[in-house]
Design a protein around this ligand. Structure first.
Ligand code: KG4
Ligand code: ZN
Length: 354
């Protein structure tokens, strides 16, 4: 087998993911157990419920990933595990599982920052996928997830300079909240994307927070505006006094489109400006919101016009998974890093500093 085979474990939020990655990029197996259905009735993640679900699923997910990979313990070079940022209880399930495996099989343990994983998903290759260019440095990466939204510059592997980040809500959080407002359920991101595709009228303009020349972002004003616009739309539709009555589908589609367009516009504009001013040679997009086809299409078009390659993983590798943790973990292993068996959860672990 390969010289560098990493078993990677992700449990920071609401997906239990385990993968086997070869040479830092090749996916050998990648299994994700999603808790979306479990959290949908409450309209959001309940941390206690999430931690218990990780406990329930982590062994079956390992069994499946291990079976798919067809490897044996002597082949494994290291175990990589997310140690932050994320929900403390959820992180601890993955960390303790990884520690037990590392100790029993006498394999090195690597702690991985979940956000670094979202960036390194850009290096992943699917089984059978034709070889292609890796991202080239210097690069600008936009990470847009449910908990984080930031732009960072990388001049080399594992080094980050923060260009800007959200001052309030993460982009995914805004999608989830506005999804709820539109009666679209949880998670809001994919539901808003689907609803927006059906929009015929595309003239409702939602506000953009440009924040001058800054690469920082803000979505709380947009969320407040969305609440006002939805209330006005309900009045227009004659539903003012009927809190429980759903909005007509064409109106939901129109509002979903307007909101999504505002988020995509700001994210794409700032990312392209960061790439242009910093002389980036590639642009990387990652995190759950990077699964959004409007954002992908807009950035792809603008990056092409600029002559800079955009690297964005397929949607299932944008949302949380173990493979991305394996890609980042392999880099950290190659850089000589090792975690001790005292590795602890860091719920607020940052990635980059300014
Ligand atoms: O990266 P991720 O899987 O988990 C975190 O690390 O937070 O991101 C989850 C977020 C959720 O807020 C979800 O609504 C959003 O990503 N998301 C999307 C789409 N798919 C997932 N947002 C917009 N469009 C999508 N297609
Ligand atoms: Zn994530």
């Amino acid at each position: 087998m390969s010289e560098l085979l990493v078993l990677a474990i992700e449990s920071s939020c609401d997906e239990t993911g385990i993968a086997v990655i070869e040479d830092g990029r090749q996916i050998v197996s990648n299994v994700v157990a999603s808790q979306v259905a479990l959290h949908a009735p409450s309209g959001g993640i309940v941390p206690e419920v999430a931690a218990r679900a990780h406990l329930r699923w982590i062994v079956p997910v390992l069994d499946e990933a291990w079976g798919d990979a067809g490897v044996d313990w002597p082949d494994v070079s290291a175990i990589a595990v997310t140690y932050g940022p994320g929900l403390a209880g959820s992180l601890l399930v993955g960390i303790n599982f990884a520690k037990a495996l590392a100790w029993v099989h006498d394999v090195p343990l690597i702690g991985v920052n979940h956000l670094e994983g979202h960036v390194y998903a850009a290096w992943l290759r699917d089984p059978g996928e034709a070889d292609r260019e890796d991202p080239v440095f210097p690069l600008v990466a936009l990470v847009v997830s449910g908990g984080h939204t930031f732009l960072t510059e990388m001049r080399d592997h594992l080094t980050y300079r923060l260009l800007g980040s959200t001052l309030d809500d993460a982009a995914g959080e805004a999608f989830d909240k506005v999804g709820r407002l539109l009666g679209l359920g949880y998670p809001g991101g994919p539901a808003i994307e689907r609803a927006a595709e059906a929009a015929i009228a595309r003239d409702r303009v939602f506000p953009r927070a440009w924040l001058g020349d800054s690469f920082d972002l803000s979505f709380s004003g947009l969320k407040t505006a969305a609440r006002r616009i939805v209330t006005e739309a309900r009045a227009e539709a004659g539903l003012a006094g009927e809190a429980e009555a759903p909005l007509p589908d064409p109106l939901v589609a129109e509002l979903a489109w307007g909101f999504q367009d505002a988020v995509v516009d700001v994210l794409a504009t700032k990312t392209i400006r960061a790439a242009r001013t910093g002389g980036a040679r590639s642009i990387v997009l990652g995190g759950g919101v990077a699964a959004n086809s409007a954002l992908r299409a807009r950035l792809a078009g603008e990056a092409e016009a600029l002559g800079i390659p955009l690297i964005v993983p397929r949607p299932a590798l944008c949302t949380d998974n173990g493979a991305m943790i394996g890609a980042a973990g392999a880099r950290r292993l190659a850089a000589g890093e090792r975690a001790g068996l005292d590795l602890d959860a860091r719920p607020s672990l940052p990635l980059a500093v300014r």
